[in-house]
Design a protein around this ligand. Structure first.
Ligand code: F6P
Length: 326
């Protein structure tokens, strides 16, 4: 057991539903183990601006069901500079903070890795992003809720698509990763799913849509990851519309609606597990690691590994998509 006395917790990068549940678990985990805990506002920027306050057990009452993050989030440019990080360290020292829990994605962990190494500060990360694109965990906090938001939207679009026999291109988030598109596409019965990991074959896509319509499909829905290399739903729809003026094409970009809302039961549970595990890991002298879930067990992955490695899409899910959309 180490000598940590005071933990700082922050959320950084794109927010994700379930971050509040994770903050709650970190705070209550600290109090359970007799550690002081400070909530740091607006991610790393709050460390630089000394925007932080000590939290008690009741500071995190009634937040488990709320989307967003009570600590607010930011992508701090100042923290990328040595000067910014020096200021941050000074503020942490003044408060007696001798360990950090950072909740976010790969950008957050990149910052944590540098800061932890520079100052020999124990830092544990919790994966929070709707993209689910972190190596070292099967699921990130927020992904399940975002999936449910997407399929609810796609179900509604399907009603109107069918009424008008239209072809819809629906764009979902995921700058560099197609996890959200792939899983929500399967869950909503999409005819095709375009992800950044796989080069889109335009001719094949058009042939496929043509075959569908010739079989008297009443509507077609194509889910497009925003990171698709052709350039998102609008571009793809424009091209298909040009090649096939006979199709009645529409586009919906779901956008930030995917980041909000009350977290699902699944996200609340994983956030609670990972929050407590982060504190237990710090107590067990862990640092420079992300806590994640593999086969429903908590596992630790060094930040360096989590950042460097690319998580792969499940090939079985890709195969299923082909089989089910005939
Ligand atoms: O990383 C999460 C994410 O929602 C991505 O899917 C998306 O590309 C990005 O954040 C959007 O970022 P911002 O909210 O800064 O526009």
């Amino acid at each position: 057991m180490n000598s940590i006395k005071t933990v700082g917790v922050l959320t950084s990068g794109g927010d994700a539903p379930g971050m509040n549940a994770a903050i709650r678990a970190v705070v209550r985990g600290c109090i359970y183990y007799n550690l002081k805990v400070f909530g740091i506002k607006r991610g790393y920027q709050g460390m630089i601006d000394d925007d932080m306050e000590e939290l008690q057990s009741n500071s995190v009452s009634n937040i488990i069901h709320l989307g967003g993050t009570m600590l607010k989030s930011a992508r701090s440019m100042d923290f990328r500079t040595e000067e910014g990080r020096k200021k941050a360290l000074k503020n942490l020292k003044t408060r007696g903070i001798d360990a950090l829990v950072v909740i976010g994605g790969d950008g957050t962990f990149t910052g944590a890795r540098i800061f932890g190494e520079e100052n020999n500060l124990p830092i544990v990360g919790i994966p929070g992003t709707i993209d689910n694109d972190l190596f070292g965990t099967d699921y990130t906090i927020g992904y399940d809720t975002a999936l449910n938001t997407v399929i609810e939207a796609v179900d509604k679009i399907r009603d109107t698509a069918t009424a008008h026999s239209r072809l819809f291109f629906i764009e979902v988030m995921g700058r560099d990763a197609g996890f959200l598109a792939l899983r929500s596409g399967i869950a909503s019965g999409a005819e095709a799913i375009l992800v950044p990991e796989i080069k889109t074959n335009f001719d094949q896509l058009e042939l496929f849509l043509q075959t569908g319509f010739s079989k008297k499909k009443t509507s077609s829905i194509v889910l497009v990851s925003e990171g698709d290399e052709i350039g998102g739903a609008l571009k793809i729809a424009e091209q298909v519309g040009k090649d096939h003026p006979e199709y009645d094409v529409r586009v919906t970009i779901l956008g930030h609606i995917q980041r909000g809302g009350s977290p699902s039961a699944f996200d609340r549970v994983i956030a609670s597990r990972l929050g407590v595990s982060a504190i237990e890991s710090l107590r067990n002298e862990q640092k420079d690691v992300m806590v994640g879930l593999a086969n429903n067990k908590v596992v630790l992955t060094p930040f360096g590994e989590a950042i460097k490695n690319k998580k792969q899409l499940n090939p079985q899910l890709l195969e299923i998509t082909k089989i089910l959309s005939i």
